[in-house]
Design a protein around this ligand. Structure first.
Ligand code: MN
Length: 441
């Protein structure tokens, strides 16, 4: 299944792509939508290579590629990548191969393509596609157990957990790209000691370290995606911070699940790393001995052999008083109790249709160890034990001016390390957003 684009010995004539530790070697080639920062240019697709962005609209206008690769390239010239995502894996793969060959050391295309590069430090991003719908899953059993114990000490893991990939329908309108700033949400809050709720700014603002799964072609209403087909519908993965207001959540979540505690903001990284780039990092998907096997519709040979992704997820908090990124946790998507393919199949098994560019959240990706907890709620045992930051400050939950940064990468012997870049977003004081002109003051 691996092909020449995965060859770890490949190098690029874009020399920054050959540096150790770069997120964007020639084996990665992730997609984003960008323009020159501060300009009024139109947004268009781009591919990361080293510290540069290859401007796909500029490449398309040259007409360098042939056939399906050029068709796919033409679909990346718009300000949304939905059309490209809808084309499916043959088209994605044809473009990846053409880009890989023309960006390689010694490629004859170098003089032409060099004029299509811009520095990543000079661009700004928008969401990579129109996200019609956003669904958030709950795929880490370690997170489910830890949070369940805080909300329901006597009954942490509900009886459906090991049978159903649980999810809820999130809010697409408030998803922003890295750099998102939002005011601290307000809402109804009821402390355990109070008889009635009050109203005010959230006091238990939290992040969730998640993986975003972007849907490719999707399905027609009434035609489920089988587990054998589901991999073909994974366009790629990104980093996702699913912001959460824990005090609002605790009061509102029963019986219908999260609502205003989640819908005020969610932030994604600009780059989507494609499923094909992630192939070297697929791993066996297993369940602990004694746990039920997934029902037949959620089980396949490929899903068992390679359903998981070995993707490291690091999280940092930067306070307004310093510029230091204080690492608070490190986890891995491979710990997920449900795979991306199972989420897709389960989502559609009732006939529900997924559309190109839809976003699935993996749920908070906590690992088995305490330092692998993907939220402050877990790291602080429900706000009882503050996290000590390396700059000397402490946090139970986030304060105004705090930024949360997530970074991800895949690393394995015999493969070139690839990264996801980062997602950073900042909480502002309640009321700091002016709804009349959209500006932040
Ligand atoms: Mn979540």
């Amino acid at each position: 299944m691996l092909n020449e684009t995965h060859d770890p010995s490949l190098t690029s004539w874009v020399t920054s792509a050959n540096e150790d530790g770069t997120d964007f070697p020639i084996q990665n080639l992730p997609f984003a939508v960008f323009r020159m920062a501060g300009s009024d240019e139109y947004y268009r697709g781009g591919v990361a290579i080293g510290d540069q962005v290859l401007d796909l609209a500029a490449v398309a206008s040259i007409g360098l590629f042939k056939g399906l690769a050029q068709d796919a390239l033409n679909a990346c010239t718009h300000e949304e990548l939905n059309e490209f995502m809808a084309m499916g894996k043959e088209a994605w793969s044809a473009l990846r191969l053409a880009l890989s060959r023309s960006l390689r050391s010694g490629a004859v295309e170098e003089p032409v393509l060099e004029s299509c590069l811009v520095s990543q430090s000079d661009v700004e991003f928008k969401l990579p596609c129109l996200i019609h719908d956003y669904t958030d899953f709950y795929a880490s059993v370690y997170h489910a157990q830890a949070v369940g114990a805080l909300f329901r000490p006597d009954n942490p893991l509900l009886p459906n957990y090991k049978w159903v990939p649980v999810g809820y329908h999130g809010r697409a309108s408030s998803i922003g790209v890295s750099g998102q700033m939002f005011p601290r949400p307000q809402g109804q809050i009821k402390s355990p000691d109070d008889d009635t709720p009050g109203f005010g700014p959230c006091r238990r603002l939290d992040y969730e370290v998640e993986v975003g799964i972007y849907i490719g072609p999707g399905n027609q209403l009434g035609q489920p995606i089988s587990i054998d087909e589901s991999e073909d519908h994974i366009f790629g993965l990104s980093l996702l911070n699913d912001w959460s207001a824990r005090d609002i959540q605790a009061w509102e979540y029963q019986p219908l699940g999260p609502f205003l505690a989640k819908s005020f903001a969610s932030t994604v990284s600009p780059w989507i790393v494609t499923a094909e780039a992630l192939l070297p990092f697929r791993e066996r998907f297993t369940r602990p001995a004694g746990d039920p096997e997934p029902l037949a519709y959620l089980s396949s040979k490929y899903n068992s052999e390679a359903g998981a992704f070995n993707m490291t997820l690091d999280c940092f908090v930067r306070t307004s008083g310093s510029h230091e990124d204080n690492k608070v946790s490190s986890s891995n998507f491979k710990y997920a109790y449900w795979t991306a393919a199972q989420m897709i199949t389960h989502h559609t098994v009732n006939g529900c249709n997924l559309q190109p560019g839809d976003l699935l959240g993996s749920g908070t990706q906590s690992g088995p160890e305490p330092e692998e907890a993907g939220s402050l709620l877990e790291l602080t045992k429900g706000g009882k034990e503050p996290v000590k930051l390396s700059n000397g400050e402490e946090r139970c939950f986030l304060e105004d001016g705090d930024s949360v940064i997530m970074r991800g990468f895949c690393q394995k012997e015999g493969a070139r390390r690839i990264g996801f870049g980062e997602v950073v977003s900042t909480v502002l004081p309640t009321g700091s957003f002016n709804p009349h002109n959209g500006s932040i003051h």
